[in-house]
Design a protein around this ligand. Structure first.
Ligand SMILES: Cc1cc2nc3c(=O)[nH]c(=O)nc-3n(C[C@H](O)[C@H](O)[C@H](O)COP(=O)(O)O)c2cc1C
Length: 364
């Protein structure tokens, strides 16, 4: 079993992160999502109960980088009342150390290193998930960041996938993580090559949770309160990180808390979901935004929301299906006409996506 974080370092020295893990209830985290988890999105999630802790989008770090202003604003204006973790992506050690040191002067609970991004433009430069091909570099980066992140109350965390295109190096990765002692490790149970759509290999998350002395958050396909409880049980992780599931269903954090505390889970009605989509439209529109651009922006969110909207006889993406029609809308009126056609009702909505693809069978 993972050693409680309070046995590695006193909660006070780890600040807000340490305190979350001494409560004894599973920690719920908002996953970092580029172009999604910005300040308006944080505010909106907080209004629905929200997670216990929020990750920023990543700061890109290289020799001449400076900390991106909109993400810094997110940290300074943090409207959630909950701690925030600033994520870094890069592989240049002096630059990562510089960014980590600078970030510690901003209101953060932790600095997080991204070891998972599967975008080719990132991994080909050996950053994000690309680093999992070169574990000696991961080791050197972790050593440098562990030393650089030294302000009381600020923790060092890592978010990783389970390998690049195979899981052969997973045990070595765990050994490197354990030796460098980040304060928390989040494991997304897929390889980089698996991107986002395959089954999640929870067995590897369990292996990390049992092997590492720091707490582990399980990440990947947390779709419902029942599934959350099952993933916690299966992996023995100390908490969950949720990404697409909360874009589709912003009630998910409250639903998980209710379920874990033995209360009945409240499902939203179609009209509740419609009001959520309306709020998403309003809060994510910049003051100077043009309608056409905002409708386009909404289509990105709707790819996640739409996966949970029943197809009405045809696949959600097929002709006449929700996403099919949303993708053809061009104006605010057209967009919301489609939303009303599918959501202006009182039926309860579980907001579950279609089932996972069949298990590949070769993973633990
Ligand atoms: C649109 C999008 C953007 C993402 N951006 C990031 C990122 O900036 N940093 C990161 O570590 N992971 C990023 N991820 C991965 C998520 O944090 C998460 O690991 C992944 O989506 C699996 O969790 P889920 O099934 O709960 O969505 C992103 C995922 C999506 C879908």
């Amino acid at each position: 079993m993972a050693v409680p974080i309070s046995e590695i370092a006193p909660a006070t020295s780890l600040g807000a992160l340490g305190q979350l893990f001494t409560r004894g209830t599973p920690v719920l985290a908002l996953a970092p999502m580029q172009d999604v988890t910005d300040l308006p999105f944080w505010r909106l999630m907080a209004g629905y109960g929200g997670p216990d802790i929020y990750w920023t989008e990543y700061f890109r770090v290289h020799a001449t980088s400076t900390l991106e202003r909109p993400i810094l604003e997110c940290l300074h204006q943090n409207p959630t009342g909950r701690p925030a973790v600033a994520q870094l992506i890069g592989n240049d050690i002096p630059a990562l150390v510089r960014a980590a040191k600078e970030l510690q002067h901003h209101p953060i609970a932790a600095v997080d290193l991204n070891l998972g991004c599967p975008a080719p433009v990132v991994y080909r430069k050996c950053a994000g998930g690309g680093l999992l091909r070169e574990l000696h570099r991961v080791d050197a980066i972790l050593q440098a960041l562990r030393t650089a992140i030294d302000r009381p109350g600020i923790a060092f965390t890592v978010k990783t996938r389970i390998g690049f295109d195979s899981t052969d190096g997973f045990d070595q990765l765990l050994e490197i993580l354990d030796r460098n002692r980040p304060d928390l490790v989040t494991v997304h149970g897929r390889t980089v090559a698996e991107m986002y759509r395959t089954e999640v290999h929870y067995g590897f998350i369990e292996r990390a949770a049992r092997r590492l002395r720091m707490p582990v958050l399980a990440n990947g396909n947390v779709h419902s309160a029942e599934r959350a409880a099952e993933i916690l049980r299966r992996t023995t992780a100390r908490g969950l990180m949720i990404g697409r599931g909360c874009v589709r269903n912003p009630w998910i954090f409250s639903q998980i808390r209710d379920h874990l505390d033995g209360r009945a889970v409240q499902l939203p009605s179609g009209r509740d979901v419609l009001r959520y989509v309306e709020a998403l439209y309003e809060v994510t529109a910049p003051t100077d935004s043009c309608e056409r651009l905002q409708v386009e922006k909404m289509k990105k969110y709707m790819n996640f929301v739409g996966a949970g909207i029943p197809p009405h006889g045809v696949a959600s993406t097929g002709p006449g299906g929700f996403l099919h029609r949303i993708r053809r809308s061009q104006t605010r009126d057209e967009f919301f006409r489609v939303c009303r056609d599918f959501l202006d009702h009182d039926e309860r909505m579980p907001l579950l996506p279609p089932p996972d693809p069949a298990p590949a069978g070769h993973h633990a």
